[in-house]
Design a protein around this ligand. Structure first.
Ligand SMILES: Cc1ncc(C[n+]2csc(CCOP(=O)(O)OP(=O)(O)O)c2C)c(N)n1
Ligand SMILES: [Mg+2]
Length: 318
């Protein structure tokens, strides 16, 4: 098999798996078995998949509350993720964190957070430690366009650039912070210039193409590993097809229209990459994934809730 065919299969596997997990989350959600708010990435999968495909297992990722895709694309355990959404003791945060607090240290997924921008500072600290230890691993910090309005983003960009940290900033620019368009929040439509103001090489990927995102990440990571470059900023344009939080559509709310979404629906990565594969290969991948997802939801359903005695463990007080 050619390398390109193999790559397409692997990328389709990851894209289809994430899409179907989230569709299943959306299907189950109204039953109230899922105990946490869910910020779905349906429509945005190509970013996490393209980026994580270019990483090595020792590379480290930090995400946001919308990080099912990054968690799964980086190799996070599916059973533990679904159990976490169900609030079960077998979840990756022992059922206490929910969808917004995913972690899988064994796969170097160092955490996601409900508070916008917080993991950016965490990722800077991790990258600083890697640099001090002269490790070849790199850190990827995922965040949305809204996070670039936070003070912590600016401080983090400044510090990372000053120290030449081995970190790749991935901005998933879906244009909205909840219901507010980027241009209602920012005078300029250019996040790359914001990063350049801190001396960080920056590039925007306009069309959301998963292979372009993969290739650009590969190039970035290659130069970050040498220890001479860093940090690097990639702005990946994308589109959230579901409501900000929850399983539904929200075109009726008036802050955006279905026609805004149409170019992205036509350009859907899951469909596009699926169409590159021979029918039989595609079906085989899909059958395998459907079985895996069914088993993960069964695992979550049959897992116990945390014991009452767990209520005050893993909590912090000053
Ligand atoms: C510090 C902080 N301020 C505000 C909020 C409320 N909030 C939750 S999501 C969000 C929008 C963030 O948008 P963006 O970073 O673009 O991410 P997206 O939801 O589009 O993936 C806001 C303002 C929060 N969680 N944390
Ligand atoms: Mg956004």
């Amino acid at each position: 098999m050619s390398n390109q065919n193999e790559l397409s299969e692997q990328i389709y596997h990851s894209l289809y798996r994430i899409r179907r997990v989230e569709e299943e989350v959306a299907r189950v959600y109204p039953t109230d078995k899922i105990k946490s708010p869910v910020h779905l990435s349906i429509g945005q999968e190509a970013v996490a998949v393209g980026v994580c495909k270019a990483l090595q297992p020792e590379d480290v990722v930090f995400g946001t509350y919308r990080s099912h895709a990054a968690y799964l694309a980086k190799g996070g355990n599916l059973n533990s993720m679904v159990a976490e959404l169900y609030g079960k003791a077998t979840g990756c945060s022992k059922g206490k964190g929910g969808s917004m607090h995913l972690i899988d240290v064994a796969h170097n997924i160092m955490g996601t957070s409900a508070v916008v921008g917080t993991t950016i500072a965490n990722s800077i600290g991790y990258a600083y430690a890697l640099k001090c230890q002269r490790k070849s691993a790199v850190v990827v910090s995922f965040f949305g366009d809204g996070a670039t309005d936070e003070g912590v983003w600016h401080e983090s960009m400044n510090f990372a650039s000053l120290k030449g940290l081995p970190i790749l900033f991935i901005c998933e620019n879906n244009r909205y912070a909840i219901h507010t368009h980027q241009l209602q929040r920012q005078p300029l439509d250019n996040l790359c210039d914001r990063a350049r103001a801190y001396g960080i090489p920056s590039e925007r990927i306009e069309d959301g193409d998963v292979f372009t995102i993969y290739t650009k990440t590969q190039e970035a990571v290659r130069s970050l590993r040498t220890g001479d470059a860093g940090p690097i900023f990639l702005e990946c344009m994308t589109y959230r097809l579901k409501e900000h939080v929850g399983p539904g559509d929200d075109y009726h709310m008036g802050y955006r229209t279905k026609s805004d979404a149409e170019p992205w629906i036509e350009n859907d990565a899951v469909q596009k990459v699926g169409a590159l594969l021979p029918e039989k290969v595609r079906q085989q991948i899909e059958v395998e994934i459907e079985a895996e997802i069914k088993a993960a939801f069964e695992f979550a359903e049959s897992s116990p809730f945390p014991e009452l005695s767990e209520l005050f463990t893993d909590t912090y007080k000053s």
